[in-house]
Design a protein around this ligand. Structure first.
Ligand SMILES: [Zn+2]
Length: 424
């Protein structure tokens, strides 16, 4: 008896769609794909009307474990990821303690393994304690299972330190994931600088806070030959800088998040702390540049920056609330609602942006459905409409600005490593 047989679905690859296919899963891998596969399976899933995408891979999330588990933990976070169709998630190192030791990398891997909802790939810190001074031991951390290196929200400010990090990354063939923000000049900014922040009486964060650091790091990446991945690109300027750098042969990839193509800074006028995110929601012009970057391939991948906070932490003024929103469970629907339905992207682009590109950036197996590949499969209904509600949220945290939104496209079943991890 085989494990799972999916009948009559359309398989979506980054390079096209195969209609009317069956998928046979056994022992954690795809044993066979084809028309009308016969023989029994413990579980038969009727795939009629559904699209099978390669399991989604999130390059950027916060699972808050160890140390901040009142917000989220590895079990609730990966359950939420599975509900969003994700079979692989990278988690950022700003936990307590931060992920700067082999022990913490192992803790995350072991706990995720025991939970079994998704493959979790810890991103380790670039500097000890995320303090921006002393580099961590890239080689030892990578051996323990760290997939990449980032100081994320505490980005390295010192030029000598980032240059040393890039030289070490080049030597170790490690990937640096860089959150581009000039902390010194951000000051007390909480929302995108412009008319809406002014209207709401909030201090502004100009685009230059992101763009100046993007330019700096692209320059050092060119100089050193290091492989860098820019986190959550949100501005017109950064999209253009990456576009040019790619033309010039810099080893750079980048991601954006659904909120940067779905929302603009106009939202902050309402004062909802769930619209407070870093980088901030930008102008309509930036949003359009981000969409253009997704369409022309400058932006390689869609990640979530799933950033859970407890209700009591977010239940304060916009200025005082922490940055961040939850993102696993709405990423696919926002992509379908705002970019697929409007004809900006095609089915195969969804497979590329959410699965094939992230896996290739990380240099890991996954990102396609094929014989002997890991059985990571996300079955979706492209026609399903629903109103996203707080009661639906699987994550421990509820900080989403999208409650009440009418969304199109839903994840129906997630299979990770041959196991059903979510069934709507
Ligand atoms: Zn970040």
């Amino acid at each position: 008896m085989k494990d799972i047989l999916i009948k009559n679905c359309d398989i979506v690859h980054a390079d096209g769609v195969q209609a009317g296919m069956d998928i046979l899963v056994h022992g954690g891998v795809v044993e066979k794909t084809g028309k009308r596969i016969t023989g029994g399976a413990s579980r038969v899933i009727d795939g009629e009307g559904l699209y099978a995408f390669p399991g989604f891979c999130d390059l950027h999330s916060h699972l808050r474990d160890p140390g901040l588990t009142h917000k989220e933990d590895i079990v609730t976070g990966t359950k939420s990821a599975a509900a969003g169709g994700f079979t692989t998630v990278c988690c950022m190192p700003n936990t307590n303690p931060p992920v700067d030791s082999v022990e913490t990398v192992r803790y995350i891997l072991d706990k995720a393994d025991a939970a079994g909802f998704a493959r979790v790939l810890p991103v380790a810190a670039i500097t000890k304690g995320l303090k921006g001074g002393v580099l961590t031991d890239f080689a030892a951390l990578a051996r323990a299972g760290a997939i990449a290196f980032s100081d994320d929200g505490m980005p390295v400010q010192d030029d000598d330190v980032i240059l040393a990090a890039m030289r070490l990354a080049k030597k170790e063939n490690a990937l640096l994931m860089l959150h581009e923000e000039d902390l010194k000049n951000r000051g007390s900014g909480v929302a995108n600088a412009g008319q809406y922040a002014e209207q709401a009486g909030l201090s502004g964060i100009p685009n230059a806070i992101e763009d100046s650091m993007t330019a700096r790091d692209l320059y050092y990446a060119q100089k050193t030959g290091a492989r860098i991945h820019l986190c959550h690109v949100s501005t017109e300027g950064s999209v253009e800088l990456v576009r040019r750098a790619k033309k010039n042969g810099v080893h750079v990839t980048c991601e954006t998040m659904p909120h940067y193509f779905s929302l603009t800074d106009e939202c902050v006028v309402g004062g909802d702390p769930n619209t407070k995110v870093n980088p901030p929601l930008r102008s309509a012009r930036d949003r359009d540049a981000v969409i253009a970057g997704i369409v022309d391939g400058t932006i390689d991948a869609i990640a979530t920056d799933h950033a859970p906070h407890s209700e009591s932490e977010k239940n304060t003024s916009f200025a005082d609330a922490p940055f961040g929103l939850i993102g696993f469970e709405t990423a696919f629907s926002l992509l379908v609602t705002n970019l697929y339905r409007t004809g900006r992207i095609e089915l195969r682009d969804i497979a590329r942006l959410l699965a094939a590109a992230p896996c290739s950036i990380l240099g890991i197996a996954g990102g396609r459905i094929g014989e002997n590949e890991r059985a990571d499969i996300t079955l979706c209904d492209m026609e399903k409409k629903y109103t996203y509600q707080k009661n639906d949220v699987v994550s421990k945290a509820k900080n989403s600005p999208f409650f009440g939104s009418e969304l199109l496209g839903a994840v129906m079943v997630t299979i990770a490593g041959g196991k059903v991890t979510y069934d709507r």
